[in-house]
Design a protein around this ligand. Sequence first.
Ligand SMILES: Nc1ncnc2c1ncn2[C@@H]1O[C@H](COP(=O)(O)OP(=O)(O)O)[C@@H](O)[C@H]1O
Ligand SMILES: [Mg+2]
Length: 337
Amino acid sequence: MSDAFVKLSGLTLGYGRTVAVPALDLSIREGELIALLGPSGCGKTTTMRAIAGLLDPSDGTIEIDGRDVTRVPANKRGIGLVFQSYALFPHLSAHENVAFGLRLQKLPAEEIRARTEEGLATVGLTGFGKRKPAEMSGGQQQRVALARSLVMRPKVLLLDEPLSNLDARLRLEMRTELQRVQKETGITMVFVTHDQAEALALADRIVLMREGRIEQLGTPADLYARPETAFAAEFMGFENIFRTEGAAVVSDKGRLPLAAVPQSPILAWRPDAVTVGEGPHEGRVAAASFAGAHREYVIDSALGPVKADAAIELPEVPLGGTIRFDLPLATARGLAA
Ligand SMILES: Nc1ncnc2c1ncn2[C@@H]1O[C@H](COP(=O)(O)OP(=O)(O)O)[C@@H](O)[C@H]1O
Ligand SMILES: [Mg+2]
């Protein structure tokens, strides 16, 4: 049962005649934080809107906690929503914003007060109850939006790019905060992002989407280390992806020999998996940038550009200079065609 707290079966979603998501199957466990990750337009928001009940599927079913909710209206599904824009009432205080949904439910005043205080405390905003949205930072406003959803005790909380309006530092802070809140409350969360680092940092499992379909599903460690396709590898930071032909890697620019015939039709290397400063190949430094612990080179090679990270201890090779490198089979990730 808990293996499919939220279960999407053959879910088909579209706008008019356009199919945005064809026959999606996905099971989300109770208490899990799952990230829908993928490029803009791949169907993340569309999927969220369907789970929330804001978009009718043209086919398939949605079950939540063992109940088929496909035809159940949005406000009866026990779903909470947090969006990129906080959509707080500007004339209401933080406390009043958080209490709003509870008031609609006509709960006793004391319970509303207690749950609102608890909600504000959960998101670290004790003492901020009297502030209006305009008197709070973006991060604080997003916390209010989160508390407003949490106090309703949803079965599932849907978060659609909730951190993308925040600046880089706040985004990191809110990432940790969200993870803490999720662990503390145990609420099942579906988190949408196009930022792979955010998905890797936050999620229990990642659903990598491409054109409305699941490209790969796994833990962050799985996806990071073992992408199965070139699309997944590229998304996970494998910047060097080449086809193989016998004992060589090839591109439309040319080819480079490998030490042996590889098993896979495609090989991928992260920049830090490329050997720099030694090796059988030679190229020209097309770009070099200092990145603290390492130096990032773009090497113009027989294959075209190869991205390689070099240890900072290695002597710097100037722009246009000759640099030796290797694409070792041992550090390559083999991919399906
Ligand atoms: N209201 C709409 N009307 C028509 N097409 C839409 C609408 N919303 C989204 N789409 C299309 O559906 C596809 C998926 O969009 P969306 O779910 O918003 O992607 P994501 O959230 O992953 O960026 C895209 O091709 C998009 O253009
Ligand atoms: Mg979207």
